[in-house]
Ligand binder design. Structure first.
Ligand code: GLN
Length: 391
């Protein structure tokens, strides 16, 4: 055995890392020719004008590095967008860092703002990247449960998660995987705790426009006294159906942005220049684009829930984002992983085991997640296959 295959070359940092279950499920879906309702990405087209803008940018030779923290035109467009939607004034020169997706935005922010031993409060179930992100930054996670059926948290449990070491809270609203959209009362109570404990609130807002039943997205940065505490992470991926572009951004106060930009610079140098250029077109799409996006996703949500319930799966109706969590207890499988294996291999539909969103897998062993960012015919193909499922 060569030395390079030995464990002695593995850093202690990654020793506990497992492969991303979400991305593993996509691979299994391909292997078994299953309908992929696992990894969250659309199987339909991005807006034509956004694609044309990217093609044009490449043809016009916008093919070299942009400024490391983002092309000026794209940072300006980001600031216009926040003025337009939330009446927020952001300085494109000192408060914006363009990154390779929200994924890089989150890890660059944590690496830039936390020290080993600092504590991070995470709502659980959580999007699977936040735990390894915290690990890479040397931080310790404190979990606060989101409880079904509405996925609300207990305010006392939240309060007791804060300690002398708490430096940050990560909040994802609309939430992946639960679809929870946090209320103004919940956001305000969280904001007060961040203020009291002088800690940061990192908000992952990538599903801000995918929101249903008349709910409204409230960026915590717009709440009183929160401007200095918030690090807002967002991206083009979900709003414009371009998850493969890897273009996102972080908005933070100038001193924090200076640190985030340093980490970003050494990690990746910059996000794809022509795609930032096309991002200007995306961010300037008319209001009808955003209302139509929410409406079409609401129709997809209702279609998938109808299909899943007919197949005997108990669904928690999401208020935002593009996932449905289901309870599989009645099927009598040992756990979520064996159920998902059966689903992908024998039924031909890929979902994500719920345990991948929990620190203790046992807490998610009765749950699985389906994604509905799919064409109606993809959802119908899943329906045909799921008809064979026996509760
Ligand atoms: N956010 C998406 C999901 O939860 C995609 C995850 C990923 O693979 N980056 O499925």
């Amino acid at each position: 055995m060569g030395v390079t295959s030995g464990r002695r070359f593995q850093s202690a940092r990654v020793a506990e890392f497992k492969e991303s279950v979400i991305r593993e499920m996509t691979r299994l879906a391909i292997q078994y020719n299953a309908v992929n309702l696992a990894q969250g990405f659309p199987d339909f087209s991005a807006p034509a004008e956004v694609k044309t803008a990217a093609q044009r940018a490449i043809a016009e030779d916008i093919n070299q590095y942009s400024i490391t923290w983002g092309a000026k035109s794209f940072r300006d467009a980001i600031c216009n967008y926040y003025r337009r939607f939330y009446r927020l004034e952001i300085d494109p020169e000192r408060e914006v860092t363009v990154c390779c997706g929200a994924t890089e935005g989150m890890i660059a922010s944590l690496l830039a703002l936390l020290n080993p031993g600092d504590e991070v409060v995470l709502f659980e179930p959580f999007y699977e990247n936040y735990w390894p992100d915290s690990q890479l930054s040397g931080a310790i996670c404190r979990h606060v449960s989101l409880r079904p059926p509405d996925w609300t948290f207990d305010p006392d449990e939240l309060r007791s998660a804060f300690t002398e070491q708490t430096r940050a809270v990560i909040l994802n609203s609309p939430n992946n995987p639960t679809g929870r959209v946090f209320s103004i009362a919940e956001l305000t109570s969280l904001a007060r705790l961040c203020e009291e404990h002088d800690c940061l609130l990192l908000t992952d807002e990538i599903y801000e426009h995918i929101i249903f039943d008349g709910q409204r997205h409230i960026p915590p940065i717009t709440l009183k006294h929160m401007r200095d505490h918030c690090v807002l992470v967002n991206s083009l991926s979900k709003t414009y159906s371009v998850t493969g572009w890897r273009v996102g951004w972080v908005i933070a106060p100038p001193e924090l942005t200076a640190s985030i930009r340093k980490v970003h610079d050494f990690l990746t140098v910059g996000a794809a220049a022509p795609l930032q250029h096309a991002g200007v077109t995306a961010l300037n799409l008319p209001a009808t684009y955003y209302s139509e996006l929410a409406r079409s996703y609401e129709i997809k949500r209702d279609l998938l829930i109808g299909i899943l319930e007919k197949a005997g799966l108990r669904c928690y109706t999401p208020k935002g984002a593009y996932y449905v969590m289901c309870d599989i207890s009645r099927f009598g499988f040992a756990d979520d992983v064996s159920f998902c294996r059966y689903l992908v291999e024998d039924i031909g539909v890929a979902a994500v085991p719920g345990s991948s969103f929990f620190s203790d897998p046992a807490n998610g062993s009765h749950l699985i997640r389906f994604c509905f960012a799919k064409k109606p015919e993809t959802l119908e193909a899943a329906a045909e296959r799921l008809a064979r499922l026996q509760p």
